[in-house]
Design a protein around this ligand. Structure first.
Ligand code: ZN
Length: 348
């Protein structure tokens, strides 16, 4: 390898230096062997896949169409076993290829198709009529774009529903990337209390003065209980986000490890701090109507690597058993649990 120093101004004229570096030319792509057989995926749903890799692999995961989900190798003494939680996003186009990928140090990338059975889902349609009074009430809670747009103007609502929503979702996506390479939880997530008010993937159309003015997709489930009811952590995890965030109002995100996170929004009060490890069922907040909400309710979301997924799977004991726990068992592996003392931290 030869290089010349760059002349700086006309003082330094450049000097030649020579270093010999031994380079291994590696053109052999890594090997991937899926351990999990066929995988079932609902539109908007989650999946876990386990695979074995040749030992030169540095990075791996699953890709669904254009979306990459990072994988982990969390088993001590078994560095060739990898896993990846991934999702079929609710807006994913039909027939997107699902592949396990692996990359070695030299950048050689291997891909291996995964046999998936996809169950398409038709999402609910919801028409929401906006009155002047509603628009004005919401305008009082969330600042609009300013710039000559009056807060009670429907343009302000449209901006909040489209631009601010996009920005908030980006913030959430970035926050949920701070994940632990181990699993904090076992079993199904705790079902939040309350009456279901809206579902995951609902296609919402907003009508103002008999015209469709804006649309949105609802990326969680809404549950209404008594006002300011106690909100509990769905599963063990670490709080990675607790902030007032636009349309979500006061919003908490808990990382459950391996890219899986839960989100709690419209809270009136947050009872925990970022960085804390919380136990399943621990009180973390009180419900409210902060952000883009008219009445007191909880908005509950689940995310995988920042992609919103249908939370109902995670609340379902059978789904967790068949799609997560049995997958570990069939691979002859234990759930790759985080080592921090399990129950000790909770009770103070
Ligand atoms: Zn909601």
């Amino acid at each position: 390898v030869q290089s010349w120093g760059r002349p700086i101004g006309d003082i330094y004229q450049g000097q030649m230096s020579r270093r010999d570096i031994s380079v291994t030319i590696d053109t052999v792509p890594p090997r991937i062997n899926p351990v999990s057989r066929s995988v079932y995926l609902n539109q908007g749903g989650s999946a876990l896949v386990i695979y074995r890799l040749s030992n030169d692999v540095k990075k791996h995961g699953v890709s669904v169409g254009e979306q990459d989900y990072p994988g982990y190798a969390p088993w001590e003494g078994k560095p060739d076993f990898g896993l990846c939680f991934f999702a079929l996003a609710q807006d994913q186009k039909r027939n997107a290829p699902v592949k396990i990928w692996a990359e070695d140090e030299a950048g050689n990338r291997a891909k291996r198709g995964l046999s998936v059975r996809v169950r398409r889902k038709r999402f609910r349609k919801d028409r929401i009529r906006l009155s002047n009074r509603t628009v004005a009430r919401l305008a009082n809670k969330i600042p609009g774009p300013g710039q000559n747009v009056l807060p009670e103007d429907i343009k302000s609502f449209i901006w909040i529903n489209e631009e601010l929503r996009k920005e908030n979702n980006h913030t959430i996506m970035q926050a949920s990337e701070k994940t632990t390479p181990h699993q904090f939880w076992t079993g199904a997530f705790l079902r939040p209390r309350g009456k279901p008010m809206a579902g995951f993937g609902d296609r919402r159309t907003y009508v103002y003065k008999k015209k469709v003015v804006t649309k949105a997709i609802h990326l969680g489930i809404d549950l209404a209980d008594v006002s300011q009811s106690k909100i509990k952590a769905g599963a063990r995890g670490r709080v990675i986000f607790a902030k007032d965030t636009g349309i979500y109002g006061n919003c908490i995100i808990i990382d459950h490890g391996l890219g899986v996170a839960s989100l709690y929004a419209h809270l009136s009060e947050m009872l925990i701090n970022t960085g804390e490890v919380v136990e399943r069922g621990q009180d973390i907040a009180r419900s409210g109507a902060s952000g883009l909400a008219l009445g007191d309710h909880l908005h509950f979301s689940m995310l995988i690597n920042g992609v919103f997924v249908n939370p109902t799977e995670w609340l379902d004991t059978h789904w967790i058993r068949d799609n997560v726990m049995l997958r570990y068992k069939n691979a002859g592996l234990k759930p790759p649990m985080d080592k921090e003392a399990p129950q000790a931290a909770a009770k103070k």
